[in-house]
Design a protein around this ligand. Structure first.
Ligand code: BTN
Length: 322
């Protein structure tokens, strides 16, 4: 009912609609209309209410609900269904639970806050409610498990391209981070299920610090984390950013899924890489090795030259830039 009232108000944006008209069109009492209007106002919708005139929608909040995103969505598949929460433990966990039950490709789980947001290697993802973006996309491509890291590269490139519409200076820190001013503002956690030769589903979890202020981060992250707002001094529309990410992601994902073409994605990740050509420490299974980054190859692996002179292709690892 609430969604129907919102739709009606949106269709008549900046015009007054009488309570009677709304109740007639939707088939509920005027008292019920009033109750739902109050709810929408408490969610941040600016609705003017004038006796004898009715209700007028003046402005919509920057919420990541289907109602708010659908106006600007330019995708066919990604975000065709959006399941929105005010708070949840982890959107990746929810997406996995739904994928196990057969939720189709393209469904996105979004939460305004997470109580146990997960990062790679057991790290936590911290995001203050309504300030950042926490979402997980369910995918079902016909690929093998070894190709899953390519999906992370597609997500990095999509988030990078979308953020570049707001500010330049975005860098990709292989395999799954985006940086602004050398600090992390976006992390991607890709999880998958399936057999070695056939993926059942993939969950691409994307976390972005958008409108956080410096003091919104715990002290331990002060030097490592940033947000787009901190770097640009501008309040950013999370709705627009999400729609842009979906659009960029779908284009590259469909090109890979349908035609197996990934070169452009890898070229992009190479071009905006913060580590290609740099000396790094790569940490794998508890041991760290000094190496020079030579390239990112077309399998999405990092090509490094170790101190021994040997060249290795790495599929995953924790990177520290020296
Ligand atoms: C990392 O930095 O290692 C990856 C962070 C990924 C965080 C996102 S937020 C949405 C999704 N749900 C989670 O629990 N994690 C990812």
């Amino acid at each position: 009912m609430k969604a129907k009232i919102l739709e009606l108000l949106k269709q008549n944006k900046k015009l007054f609609l009488s309570g009677e008209e709304i109740s007639r069109q939707i088939g509920i009492t005027r008292a019920a209309v009033w109750k739902y209007i109050k709810q929408l106002q408490s969610e941040g919708y600016l609705i003017e209410s004038v006796s004898n005139n009715g209700y007028k929608l003046v402005d919509c909040p920057d919420l990541l609900t289907y109602e708010e995103l659908s106006e600007n969505l330019k995708t066919n598949m990604i975000g065709s269904k959006i399941i929105h929460f005010d708070s949840i433990d982890s959107t990746n966990n929810k997406a996995k639970e739904l994928a196990e039950k057969g939720e189709p490709e393209g469904t996105v789980i979004i939460s305004e806050a997470q109580t146990s947001g997960k990062g790679r290697v057991g790290r936590l993802w911290y995001s203050k409610a309504y300030q950042g973006i926490c979402l997980s996309i369910i995918l079902r491509p016909n690929i093998d498990l070894l190709s899953v890291p390519l999906i992370t590269q597609i997500a990095c490139a999509a988030a990078c391209k979308a953020t570049m519409k707001i500010t330049d200076g975005v860098q990709i820190k292989w395999p799954n981070d985006l940086l602004l001013g050398g600090r992390k503002f976006c992390g991607i956690l890709t999880e998958s299920s399936g057999e070695i030769d056939k993926v059942n589903y993939i969950i691409v979890g994307i976390g972005i610090n958008v409108n956080q202020e410096k003091n919104d981060f715990p002290e331990s992250l002060e030097k490592k984390a940033t947000s787009i707002k901190i770097e640009t001094q501008n309040q950013i529309s999370r709705k627009n950013l999400v729609c842009d990410i979906f659009y960029e992601f779908e284009k590259m994902y469909m090109e890979y899924k349908e035609n197996g073409i990934i070169n452009d994605v890898i070229d992009y990740c190479r071009r905006y890489s913060s580590i290609v050509g740099k000396q790094i420490i790569v940490e794998r299974n508890g041991t760290g090795n000094r190496a020079k980054v030579v390239d990112i190859n077309n399998c999405g692996q990092l090509v490094v030259e170790l101190e021994s002179g040997n060249t290795e292709c790495i599929s995953t690892g924790n990177i520290t830039i020296l």
